[in-house]
Write a new protein. Structure first.
Length: 504
């Protein structure tokens, strides 16, 4: 029996996927992203779609390996069904890579355009679509790999993360072009153009970094409470009191730092604060004991009829006098985690979340605090730039991210999640206070720097100061204009390909 020889081109393309994955947390070897696509670019003309699809499959399978842990440990799926779901998602995500490389190869054949002039905008357009279609999954946009390369990401207040992605793809294309055709003038012209764009991109970063840290006129002392409650024990009724005792104890420890605001993470109270229970009363009395406001994650409900309820994943804000100042409900829910899409049809699918039932989405509702507004991003809402921008547009002076990354276990996911959250601070030049059940709790400056951060899977409290207010950045004003331009360019490319195909 003859064994099928593996396609050498696809093996090389798979290497690009591995190199690109290594640029993400963890291991966070971010320089790899500047050269990771070169192997793919050198071979993809032989298998235009298959090469990109292979690189994408390897990339997403490596970066998102932790999904299997989530689905089996907390979703209760059998390993075989977990793997099938994982395989389906990897296939879907890899299609975006395949479409980018296919279109770039076709444009090279039809219009004689080098990859440098076609692949960067195509890549950005498809990343944007991936983050918006079917509720969106913008995890692992390649620009996020540069979270620790500050000079490279400061332009996000103009282009969003997509500008960083375009730079990465352009540099890869320029280098690959010279390697493939070192004697071609067009290849070296591409290098020259890329150098000019890079000077502009990094020059902006240097200028931004050279600016003194803007001292916001008003400061807020914030205490982040990381309870480190095990996910398997979180919703057990017998453990509710001990959980609240831990959060209360850590909050009292933080009192020595005289915080103005104490922040508990997502679903810190595994019961309804709006009910008149003993534990709910203990939570509401705590702000008075601390002489500080308290923001706490908690489920909530709205009664529609005698036996019908709506449930929400929410955050309550209490004043230092114990008065409820408002409630913010999670807007961007996790598909199959907090609700089941097409639930009337897919009745056989259970949610991954252990909780009270399907959640309903809320609306953008900043919470008032001493003359300012807080924008609350719950869990993975922080990976959606449009939502953070909308909170800032509605006057939020501080963004607060409440999350429970215990779902991810001891994997790379908590670090990937934090990396994306840092970009929300840069895009809107606003401080972010992030409280996580198991970490990573952190304070993030408007430059995206972690001024304070704790370890994962440890109970602790972190106290520090944040500034109140946001700059009127280009991104805050105009949103993903850069991505829209790339979509427009890509649309023109596709129309030209379609017209040429009809003529021939």
């Amino acid at each position: 029996m003859r064994l099928v020889n593996p396609d050498r081109n696809l093996i090389i393309a798979a290497g690009s996927g591995l190199l690109l994955a290594a640029a993400f947390p963890r291991p966070d070897l971010f320089p790899f992203a500047w050269v990771a696509l070169i192997p793919l670019l050198l071979v993809m003309r032989h298998r235009p779609f298959a090469s990109g699809f292979t690189a994408g499959t390897v990339f997403f399978a490596t970066v998102l390996y932790w999904l299997n842990f989530v689905m089996t440990t907390y979703g209760g799926l059998q390993p075989v069904f977990s793997f099938l779901a994982y395989l389906f998602l990897m296939t879907y995500l890899a299609v975006y890579f395949g479409l980018a490389t296919w279109a770039a190869c076709r444009l090279e054949v039809v219009l004689k355009l080098p990859y440098l002039f076609t692949l960067p905008p195509l890549w950005v357009a498809l990343e944007y679509l991936r983050g918006t279609l079917f509720t969106g999954f913008p995890w692992a946009i390649i620009g996020y790999s540069q979270q620790n390369f500050s000079l490279a990401i400061q332009s996000s207040d103009v282009t969003g993360v997509y500008g960083v992605s375009l730079m990465l793809v352009a540099v890869n294309c320029a280098i690959a072009g010279v390697i493939a055709a070192p004697k071609k003038r067009l290849a070296w012209l591409g290098v020259a153009v890329t150098i000019i764009i890079s000077i502009s991109h990094f020059g902006y970063g240097v200028w931004r970094e050279s600016q003194p840290l803007e001292q916001r006129p008003e400061q807020l002392r914030v205490a982040l409470i990381q309870g480190n409650i095990e996910q398997a024990q979180k919703w057990a009724p017998d453990n509710r009191e001990s959980s609240i005792d831990r959060y209360r104890s850590l909050s009292i420890q933080a009192q020595a730092d005289q915080p103005d605001l104490v922040v508990w993470p997502e679903a810190a109270t595994p019961f309804f604060l709006q009910d008149r229970s003993k534990l709910a009363e203990q939570v509401k009395q705590l702000p008075g004991q601390l002489s500080a406001s308290l923001l706490v994650g908690s489920p909530a409900y709205r009664q529609l009829s005698a036996d019908q309820y709506q449930y929400f994943n929410s955050a309550y804000l209490f004043s230092s006098l114990g008065e409820e100042l408002g409630r913010s409900d999670k807007i961007h829910l996790v598909p199959f985690g907090e609700y089941v899409p097409l639930g009337n049809l897919l009745t056989f699918i259970d949610k991954l979340v252990v909780g009270v039932g399907d959640f309903s989405p809320g609306e953008v509702r900043p919470l008032p605090l001493n003359g300012h507004l807080l924008g609350v991003l719950i869990c993975y809402e922080a990976i959606f730039p449009q939502l953070a921008r909308e909170y800032v547009q509605q006057g939020s002076s501080l963004l607060v991210n409440l999350t429970n990354d215990a779902w991810f276990g001891h994997s790379s996911a908590p670090y990937q999640h934090l990396a994306m959250t840092r970009f929300r601070a840069i895009e809107n030049r606003i401080w972010i206070a992030r409280a996580a059940n198991t970490g990573i709790s952190a304070l993030i400056s408007p430059a995206g720097n972690l001024t304070l951060a704790g370890p994962i899977f440890e109970p602790l409290q972190l106290s520090g100061s944040v500034g109140l207010g946001a700059e009127a950045t280009f991104y805050t004003r105009f949103g993903d204009m850069f991505a829209y331009i790339c979509l427009g360019i890509s649309g023109v490319f596709l129309v030209i390909l379609f017209v040429r195909r009809i003529k021939h």
